[in-house]
Design a protein around this ligand. Structure first.
Ligand SMILES: Cc1cc2nc3c(=O)[nH]c(=O)nc-3n(C[C@H](O)[C@H](O)[C@H](O)COP(=O)(O)O)c2cc1C
Length: 272
């Protein structure tokens, strides 16, 4: 590890296992947030498209951005209606999401084709989709051309959530109430669970809290490793004895290697 960026500093060479990729990979690396179904309505016609390039942009005022390629039918509809809605699909709409992304609203009425149920928005005209787990209605505040996309900056005017899916954050509870995350191609993922980072107690030095927490994790992974070795030893003994073994009894999940967990050194401090 090096500690500075000056020209006179010698930087380490890149670790051997890493690979170079085309610059277009940057966008894919940034994927992983919840995919949304953008709905819009204009002159009595409604349309829906899946969108992964979506981001919060400001907290005061609360603004969100969607990057829509300029040739999309959605671009035309949102430009004219100056509003849109974000619908957060869950696992049950996985195949709908992919399907909606393979068709354009300029050729087909996607709602009629799928008979997907919708319900009334509160403030905009874009329909909201049932089977989703959260909905954000937006008024367009700004349209910024960015390369071959238009960035529609939206002001949320109504937000609704399914409380089973979202309390103060996504709760990663039941499989059917987790949002879908688009990874690229036809690959999606879902949240596995929620892990809470340890916060320093009042008056506690943050680096001490970090060191202690890492120690706790090391201890846990040591215990898991010992349990696994014990199970494997037992298996070996049964195999040696010629017994039939039930592989399903043993979890062979990868465990973190102990040395993969970084340790930190806590400088001695005088107590306040
Ligand atoms: C999961 C997924 C995510 C997508 N994300 C985007 C995106 O962020 N921006 C975009 O312009 N197109 C995106 N697309 C492509 C559009 O959804 C697709 O071109 C769609 O057919 C456009 O529909 P429309 O012409 O009716 O607006 C995505 C497609 C899929 C399947």
């Amino acid at each position: 590890m090096t500690s500075g960026h000056g020209d006179d500093q010698l930087l380490n060479p890149a670790p051997e296992h890493i690979e170079r990729r085309p610059v277009t990979t940057a966008a894919r690396l940034l994927l992983g947030g919840p995919v949304v179904l953008v709905t819009a309505s204009y002159r009595g016609q409604a349309n829906v498209m899946p969108l992964a390039w979506c981001a919060p942009l400001s907290s005061d005022p609360p603004l969100v951005g969607i990057a829509v390629e300029q040739s999309r039918h959605t671009t035309e509809m949102v430009s004219h209606s100056e509003e849109f809605a974000l619908n957060f699909p869950s696992r049950q709409l996985l195949h709908h999401v992919q399907y909606f992304g393979s068709l354009t609203g300029s050729d087909i009425d996607k709602f009629e084709a799928t008979q997907l149920e919708t319900f009334a928005p509160e403030h905009v005209t874009a329909p909201l989709i049932e089977g989703c787990v959260a909905w954000v209605e937006c008024e367009v505040q700004q349209v910024v051309p960015v390369g071959d996309h238009l960035l529609f900056v939206g002001l949320p005017v109504a937000v609704r959530v399914d409380p089973l899916a979202f309390d103060e954050t996504w709760s990663a509870g039941e499989a059917e109430s987790r949002p879908l995350h688009f990874l690229g191609g036809n690959r999606y993922s879902a949240l596995e669970g929620v892990t809470e980072a340890r916060l320093p107690a009042p008056g506690e030095a943050p680096e001490r809290a970090l060191a202690e927490h890492i120690e706790e994790e090391l201890e846990l992974s040591r215990e898991a490793q010992e349990r696994r070795e014990e199970q494997l030893g037992q298996l070996e003994r049964e195999v040696d004895a010629g017994n039939v073994i039930d592989i399903a009894r043993v979890s062979l999940d990868e465990l973190p290697e102990l040395e993969e967990i970084p340790r930190i050194v806590v400088p001695e401090r005088e107590e306040p």
